[in-house]
Design a protein around this ligand. Structure first.
Ligand SMILES: Nc1nc2c(ncn2[C@@H]2O[C@H](COP(=O)(O)OP(=O)(O)OP(=O)(O)O)[C@@H](O)[C@H]2O)c(=O)[nH]1
Ligand SMILES: [Mg+2]
Ligand SMILES: [Zn+2]
Length: 255
């Protein structure tokens, strides 16, 4: 049989809700880099969605890059927080970049990530994914639109995923995707979740209890590291939240 459908090497997938059950929706496959786009302001920066995407990236065998856009409109506090978040993800080994499509700061660093790769831009609506594409192409390619005045949320301007050749000679492509209201991972095994948090991995062998969940056990090296501020409160909070969510899904399954 001639293989007409290429085997999926990598993927970005999420949980979608069907009429009866949740199912795995593959947003895009056979890409190299997941570029998670958030804004320093408008909409306000929250790290939870970054961690959800990182987990999807790990499961889909994707390289991960975190972009914090709209630095130009961030006030002092927002700028400080953006810097903190950039340092956090860089320290975890993910490339994190501060950006503005207005001042065009950060684009040299972004271009270095994109070179020779197929990348997907993903994130909330209105964070500036299509605006980034337009800056990279040097022309208005994708439609962009202001946030809704009333809700200060993205207007869901991009309606379908598009593959955009950035530099055919160097084999660089971007997939621009529609912004999401929220992002949920498909079927996380709660006991498997901890392996998606890279900073937990070198610590787990120092936990007193084998199979430690790092949530309540005595002599837990991850909780100790959290107390010593060696693990960020944001990342640990994401872990707790996602663990609870994954447990809840499991409970419902056996109901
Ligand atoms: N001040 C500022 N505004 C920006 C920046 N990047 C994008 N915007 C604005 O943010 C709004 C939304 O930008 P889009 O590029 O449409 O956002 P998107 O992420 O593609 O949104 P969806 O297609 O709905 O997912 C537009 O009004 C842009 O002009 C930036 O760096 N600074
Ligand atoms: Mg868009
Ligand atoms: Zn532990």
């Amino acid at each position: 049989v001639i293989e007409l459908v290429k085997e999926r090497r990598t993927k970005l997938a999420r949980k979608a809700s069907g009429r009866r059950d949740a199912f795995e929706q593959v947003i895009v496959s056979n890409i190299d880099v997941l570029v998670i786009v958030v804004a320093a302001a408008e909409p306000p920066l929250k790290t939870g969605i970054i961690d959800r995407y990182i987990i999807a990236g790990i499961d889909g065998k994707l390289e991960v890059c975190v972009v914090i856009n709209k630095l130009d409109i961030a006030d002092e506090l927002e700028k400080e927080y953006a810097e903190y978040v950039i340092d956090l993800y860089n320290s975890l080994g993910y490339t994190a970049i501060g950006l503005s499509t207005v001042t065009q700061e950060g684009f040299e660093q972004l271009k270095a990530v994109l070179a020779g790769k197929t990348c997907v831009f993903a994130g909330h609506s209105g964070v500036g994914k299509s605006s980034m594409v337009n800056v990279l192409l040097g022309k208005e390619f994708g439609k962009t639109a202001a946030l809704s005045k009333k809700y200060k949320r993205g207007a869901h301007t991009t309606t379908g995923s598009v593959l955009i050749p950035l530099d055919v000679a160097s084999n660089s492509f971007i997939v621009d995707t529609p912004g999401v209201r929220e992002f949920s991972n498909y079927e996380i095994d709660p006991e498997n979740l901890k392996f998606h948090f890279v900073e937990f991995l070198p610590l787990q062998e120092h936990c007193q209890i084998t199979n430690c969940t790092h949530l309540h056990e005595p002599g837990c090296a991850v909780i100790d590291a959290l107390d010593d501020e060696k693990i960020s409160v944001e990342r640990y909070t994401s872990y707790m939240k996602l663990y609870e969510e994954a447990k809840e899904v499991e409970r419902k399954k056996f109901d």
